[in-house]
Design a protein around this ligand. Structure first.
Ligand SMILES: Cc1cc2nc3c(=O)[nH]c(=O)nc-3n(C[C@H](O)[C@H](O)[C@H](O)COP(=O)(O)OP(=O)(O)OC[C@H]3O[C@@H](n4cnc5c(N)ncnc54)[C@H](O)[C@@H]3O)c2cc1C
Length: 451
């Protein structure tokens, strides 16, 4: 696939690039982590032959900890709120570093129900939101329509959520790449052999090991990247890498989403000023207004394998999905019928069994009492984790929101700081026999360092 951001040049076969940090995967998450690592003074490369083309390309960019609250996901709520607090500073610093705007807007969100059952569902959710200290205020239909005159008079309820904001994920990734290129250009601190001082436009094939620690990345094109820290941020495709710690189970599944981009004719602008998140006969739909006079309408949630293979992050757009989105969006805002349809996109969200990310270092268990460490297990000595490896995937519906938090957490891990609040996202939590991970450190599987 072509590099959507126009980076050219691939490391030649057998060549070696050296950096402090190698990030596999150039979506919002990988770029966010890479930029944060750069800001901490580390040299960084982002390995991706098609950066920005995965789930991040489809995302609506809602930064919505309040409306994304689900029952019994309190740990995730804490992470979402942490990200939400970080967003204003992250966006401002990024805009300054990139010299362009990532489209971060503090527009509020209106939750709207189409009928009585939808209203009850939203009120039930509000009870949970209030119990978690979140602000959600009911509006009368008249108040809602004063704010958003094009809302249908037939809606059953509207709830104001001032804390749920938005960013444009495509601008976000473009800004992060500009900032990375800019940082790499400062005082020639870029990585030798990488395009723009940070980009490696190739696919990672596997992890490299040395002395029981991950020491970098083997590239499909035949080159290698040697790094003190390797971050796996390649979304759904993380489990496909060779050389993963033995028995590390990363249970990712594709949850496809269809999403539309439409232009609002000048006479209808602004179609809406808030993000409108609706429930229409129990099915969610949202309309996100952008500054450029377009809106994003999304998104379906399908676990089928329409089009490409079942484990592809890109995918074919579902006709039924597009129909449903346009139908339901018009129930809330009838003028949607008058918009120009610009784009239908489908991508797969990287889902996990508990809807929470796989984020952190891979744990090693202590040797059982009385058992001597086997010879040649340097990775286990003095470390509770596989050294040199951080996992950052499985962001499911929240990867854009969580980008600044994931970046900060990974930077802390690189600095040797482990915040217990994020222990529930441990990437080893689905691995049946974590002690076996020790073997991985002792016996580099599949891929050996070659340089
Ligand atoms: C329709 C839709 C709407 C969404 N809306 C929102 C929203 O409003 N708010 C929100 O917070 N989230 C939203 N999400 C979820 C969000 O898009 C994801 O959680 C987020 O984009 C995940 O980012 P990522 O960087 O982990 O993955 P991706 O963006 O998928 O990036 C992974 C990257 O890894 C690369 N890669 C894969 N294999 C390799 C390899 N072997 N070597 C090198 N590179 C590799 C790919 O090319 C890709 O660029 C939405 C998702 C969808 C599908």
């Amino acid at each position: 696939m072509p590099d959507v951001h126009g980076v050219t040049g691939t490391p030649s076969f057998g060549s070696t690039i050296r950096a402090d940090v190698a990030v596999i995967g150039g979506g919002a998450i990988g770029h966010g982590i890479a930029w944060e690592a750069t800001r901490s003074g580390r040299s960084v490369v982002v390995i991706d032959d098609a950066p920005g083309s995965g789930a991040s390309r489809a995302a609506a960019g809602m930064l919505a900890p309040v409306n994304e609250l689900h029952y019994q996901e309190e740990d995730l709520l804490e992470l979402m709120l942490e990200a939400s607090v970080r967003w204003p500073g992250f966006a401002a610093d990024l805009a300054a570093a990139a010299g362009s705007d990532p489209g971060y807007l503090t527009t509020p969100t209106l939750a709207v129900g189409a009928d009585a059952a939808d209203r009850q569902s939203l009120l039930d959710l509000r009870a949970v939101q209030l119990a978690n200290g979140l602000a959600v205020e009911p509006l009368t239909i008249r108040e809602a329509r004063r704010r958003e005159p094009l809302l249908s008079p037939g809606i059953a309820c509207a709830l104001d959520t001032p804390a749920d904001h938005q960013v444009d994920p495509r601008l976000l990734v473009a800004c992060l790449r500009r900032a990375l290129a800019g940082d790499a250009g400062v005082a020639g601190s870029g990585v030798a052999g990488a395009a723009d001082g940070f980009a490696v436009p190739d696919k990672a094939s596997g992890l490299l090991w040395r002395d029981g620690a991950v020491a970098g990345v083997a590239l499909e094109g035949g080159g290698t990247v040697l790094a003190g820290e390797t971050v796996m941020a390649n979304g759904l495709h993380a489990p496909e890498l060779t050389g993963l710690p033995v028995d590390l189970h990363l249970p990712l599944r594709p949850v496809h989403g269809d999403i539309l981009r439409l232009a609002v004719p000048v006479h209808l602008r602004p179609l809406v000023t808030s993000t409108v998140r609706g429930l229409v006969r129990g099915v969610p739909v949202y309309i996100v207004p952008r500054q450029d006079g377009t809106v994003v309408i999304g998104a379906t949630q399908r676990e089928d394998a329409l089009g490409r293979g079942a484990v592809s992050s890109a995918g074919a757009v579902s006709a039924g999905g597009v129909y449903q989105l346009l139908r339901d969006a018009q129930v809330l805002v009838p003028a949607v019928a008058e918009l120009e349809l610009l784009e239908c996109t489908a991508r797969a969200r990287p889902g996990t069994p508990d809807n929470a990310p796989l984020l952190g270092r891979v744990p090693l268990l202590e040797e059982p009492a009385g058992r001597q460490p086997a010879p040649g297990r340097p990775g286990a000595q003095g470390s509770r984790h596989v050294r040199g490896l951080i996992i950052a995937t499985g962001f499911f519906r929240h990867g854009i929101l969580l980008t600044p938090a994931a970046a900060a957490i990974c930077r802390e891990l690189m600095d040797g700081i482990e915040d217990p609040r994020w222990a529930p996202f441990n990437p080893g939590r689905f691995s049946a026999a974590p002690s076996h991970l020790v073997e991985a450190a002792a016996t580099p599987p599949n891929t050996q360092e070659t340089a």
